[in-house]
Ligand binder design. Structure first.
Ligand code: PLP
Length: 453
């Protein structure tokens, strides 16, 4: 490790989402290079990036076409805001291209810089909309335990992970967390999956009855939960939940920050699970992480109501300096174009099936309680007594130990809450590289299983 750089990291960097105390002891891993699905640390050691960074480097590392798109845009026109009706070509092109991708007819796109600011904007848009149509009591947003929707004050409140609330004076009023759709953890002894789904549906109906449908604006959810534990909805879950929302006029915010653009085997997670979204949030793979950019897809009925209400104010008073940043938009547009030209969605769907087949034997590994996944995303939930679904004592930090052992074996994976090892490689991964991933993952798991004995 470059000792000087590492020391400067310890002296000056404030690491997000990090065990700050542990970091003082361990110091940083400094990444220095990436190519395809591999990354290198500053010692020259090579790793397979099994997490696509943070679920985002869809086209992998070192993609020259994206570098070119950014450089050309910086040279011709590096920045211009979309405020006050000004526009720029990349934002217009990206919005038009996205309109062809998303399953929301006539959608318009509000750009941002991150999934968090986009979900925050979702809440603001929904408030604006209901105020505009004369239903100002509709303020409450339904989310779910273990959900991850971001870290601004409002989106951290939507997030259902205790560590994201503690010391931040969160969650807040008007945000209601329903049971996580995590049958493996939340299912009661003797309860079948179908009974669990029914309980989730009944809970939703009870909450609506208790709070009053006219006070609930929307539900936000990922089609499958990513950072909250790679939780796949149990069979029939969305068929039970979505009609209840529709019956009471509760909008559905589809958080596709992880699922969008091929991750689950279809363009969007909502298509994999057959859910009709009202609005949609996209980020991460939108630019394959080459530029920070997010997008909120807004349907015409909401846009028209917002437009009319904003007319009375004189302007729609929301926007970031970098909403529709031309460089970010140019990169995202080229990224989607490359996905189209190269058939990345179809490739990801094929590789997704192969990944799930190759991972399947690990369901019987002595450390694995539950193996779950679809497409190019998977989670291995560790258990001390798999047959009894008995979790490890969190103090043992088993997830972190397995992730560290995988790193030693040359594979980047991530330990997420609940001792879940998350797998989410770049969409361009091929069969040979999937074999490498599964081999290294097995080495990491075996390593920890052996030292545990
Ligand atoms: C589903 C989901 N929504 C929102 C976010 C927040 O995105 P960002 O970290 O870009 O703010 C994330 C980040 O991982 C996410 O997974």
């Amino acid at each position: 490790m470059n000792a000087n750089l590492a020391q400067q990291d310890l002296d000056h960097l404030f690491h997000p989402a990090t065990d700050l105390v542990g970091h003082r002891r361990s110091g940083p891993i400094i990444w220095s290079k990436g190519e395809g699905v591999h990354v290198w640390d500053d010692q020259g050691d090579r790793y397979l990036e099994g997490m696509a960074g943070l679920w985002c480097t869809a086209l992998g590392y070192g993609e020259k076409e994206l570098v070119k798109a950014a450089a050309e845009q910086m040279e011709t026109f590096c920045y211009g805001p979309l405020f006050a009706g000004r526009s720029n070509e990349p934002s217009i092109r990206l919005a038009a291209r996205l309109a062809d991708w998303v399953p929301i007819d006539g959608a318009r796109f509000l750009f941002g810089c991150s999934g968090s600011d986009a979900n925050d904007a979702q809440i603001k848009l929904i408030r604006y909309y209901f105020n505009a149509i004369g239903q100002p009591k509709r303020k409450k947003i339904l989310s779910r335990g273990m959900a991850y929707h971001g870290v601004t004050i409002a989106t951290a409140a939507l997030t259902g992970l205790p560590a994201f609330h503690k010391h931040f004076d969160l969650p807040m009023d008007d945000i209601i967390h329903l049971t996580s759709p995590h049958y493996y953890r939340e299912g009661r002894p003797g309860e079948s999956e179908a009974e669990f789904v029914e309980r989730c549906g009944q809970e939703l109906e009870d909450v609506i009855a208790r709070e009053g449908a006219d006070t609930i604006a929307a539900m936000i959810a990922e089609p499958l939960m990513g950072a909250g534990g790679v939780v796949l909805p149990p069979e029939g879950y969305w068929d039970r939940i979505k009609p209840v929302l529709d019956r009471y006029g509760i909008l559905f915010i589809d958080d596709e920050v992880v699922c969008a653009f091929g991750r689950t085997g279809h363009d969007f997670g909502c298509q994999t699970y057959n859910i009709e979204p009202t609005t949609m949030t996209m980020a991460k793979a939108l630019s394959s992480a080459y530029q920070p950019i997010s997008a909120v897809a807004v349907p015409p009925f909401m846009y028209e109501a917002i437009e009319q209400a904003a007319g009375g104010v004189g302007l729609f008073a929301h926007g970031l300096t970098y909403s529709g940043h031309p460089v970010a938009a140019a990169v995202a547009d080229r990224n989607l174009e490359l996905m189209e030209e190269r058939g990345v969605m179809a490739h990801a769907a094929r590789m997704g099936e192969y990944l799930q087949q190759q991972l399947a034997p690990l369901a019987d590994h002595p450390l694995v309680g539950d193996l779950r996944g679809i497409g190019l995303i998977a989670g291995l939930e560790l258990a001390s007594v798999p047959a009894e679904r008995k979790a490890f004592d969190p103090a043992l930090k088993m997830g972190f130990k397995v992730a560290a052992a995988c790193l030693d074996a040359g594979l980047v994976v991530r330990a997420i809450p609940g001792d879940v090892i998350a797998i989410c490689p770049p969409l361009i991964i091929d069969q040979e590289q999937i074999d490498e991933l599964v081999k290294k993952l097995t080495i990491g798991l075996d390593q920890v299983a052996t030292t545990r004995l």
